[in-house]
Design a protein. Sequence first.
Lengths: 552, 90
Amino acid sequence: MSATLRGAGGAAGLALGPAYHWQRVSIPTDPPNEPPEAALARFHAAQHTAAHRLRALAERQRAAGLREADLFDAQALLVEDETLTDGVTALLLDGQPLIPAIQTVVRQMEEALAALDDDYLRERAADIAAVGVELLRALSGDHAPPPIPPGAIVIADDLTPAETVDLPHHVAGFATAGGGPTGHTIILARSRGVPAVVGLGEAILHIPAGTTLLLDGDAALVMVDPDEAALQAAQERMTAIQETRRRQAALRDLPGRLRDGRSIALWANIGRPAEARLARDNGAEGIGLFRTEFLFLDRSAPPDEDEQFAAYRAVITELPNRPIVIRTLDVGGDKPLPYLPLPPEANPFLGVRGVRLSMQRPDLFQVQLRALLRAAFYGDIWIMLPMVTTLADLVWGQEQMREAAAALAAAGIEHRADPPLGIMIETPAAAVLADQFARHAAFFSIGSNDLAQYTLAVDRGHPTLATQYRADDPAVWRMIDLAARAAQQAGIPIGICGELGGEPDAAVALAGLGLNELSMAPARIPVVKERLAQTSWAEAQAAAARMVQRVE
Amino acid sequence: MTEVILTVTNPVGLHARPAKLFVETVRAYKSTVTIQNLSRPQTKELPVTAFNLLQIGVRQGHQIRLRASGEDEAEVIAALTKLVEENFGE
């Protein structure tokens, strides 16, 4: 009999499959008459195992470029938390067995949060519960949970974040009784691309295993035993989605080009070496922006030359023989570093940032350049300077590079002395003077996010203005057009590494301006590649002319 | 004892990544550090741990008082002040 259950929130997508009741690893039992010291030792080992597993999950999420990684780090801290440790230790010394001791203390901690007059913090009680689950899991040893049949729709009371990311890739989707629209479970499902519905209530748990379910994550509902009409509509939607995926997958290993053959390379923006694999998997032909800030943030001293060299080489290993554009350190007064004190500025975005900071700290810049030149010996590294406004900025960068190369040569260290040194076009000054810059720079890359902010004089995060002043404003496009013409005149490559490049409509127009390369978040590449393959050079040029000439 | 009163300005308050940085910074020093959320008068002064940070629910705009005592109390307060004032590097 057909019935529809409505949930509190969903992760987009459609799934059809048999219901499968997911079971948490069963609660382990304590050995009889265990002495407190032995129980304490097991507890510490379980804390160690659980924290290790959570940190590994955080690393995995981070490698996939997902922001939710921090959540697992936060849970790892809670596993080792003093309140938990002291509470459990006290109960053990009192003669209680380990499992009930953990359950008691976890429950007390959950209750302490649940009592707070703050919805957000009450939701965090779920983090504590998840920590309890992880500890019990660690204590139950290694025995794997029963395998979930491929294509099944997983039904559970609730899933912790770790359990959510642990679901095998072959599940069609999942549906939980608990959970809310802003919970971590649903956020993780979205970032994994798994269709899901949470907050369905107890009813979902009573559905017999094997019942056909149609799960619609966009509408946050689950149809139990859907009728013919619903099945057919769902099949059509799924076929259309799969068809798109199949077409995009077929383009994966082909270079980016327009319908009539004109080539436009699709590169990826990455923020960590581990993301290079994601770039490759999405068919990136190169790296158009490797941000190096990750090396410098969250630490008390700057990274040394060898650490930086290893990070740059790691990307070469993933993408051998492909161009890799590495941007030198790009921070400013809005993102200060502990070892790099910057006086507060009234206007950090108009202050010491990007290459300006490097000019004030040539010692740090030399270390980065040496690491880059050493890495360039092993692959096609291009070095990119951020926040360039005057020709003197670029000339200074060139001098610094020569100095670093000379020092490496004198020390007899393997390096490449002359990798391409280019600039970001992200200030109106650089765009307007692009013809002069083009005579000295090896390449240009448009930083459309900052270029839009500086051209339109609006903060991208401004609460009331941000929607009115956008990167597709004709003023921004004229800046891009200036840079593109100058690059073509001088015969140097020009690309873009701002968000604009990953938007299909904008990508078409950018191709029409004659850009050689578009760099974007790895996941955007298949969509943009397909769109470009459907567009002719004449259509792209017309789109470009519309953007540049448009009257608002 | 070294003491400081700070206003937390980053959007998530002292949770997630900021909480992690906060706890890790305290762990890196020898002094004991306590925190009290002055904007929630019903909460107590507690040692800085991950769970206690959850309990006192520091949100954006809240005022906190940090107290450290130990051989490197000035250093740990300076490091924590920097974290808060610089929005945890966000």
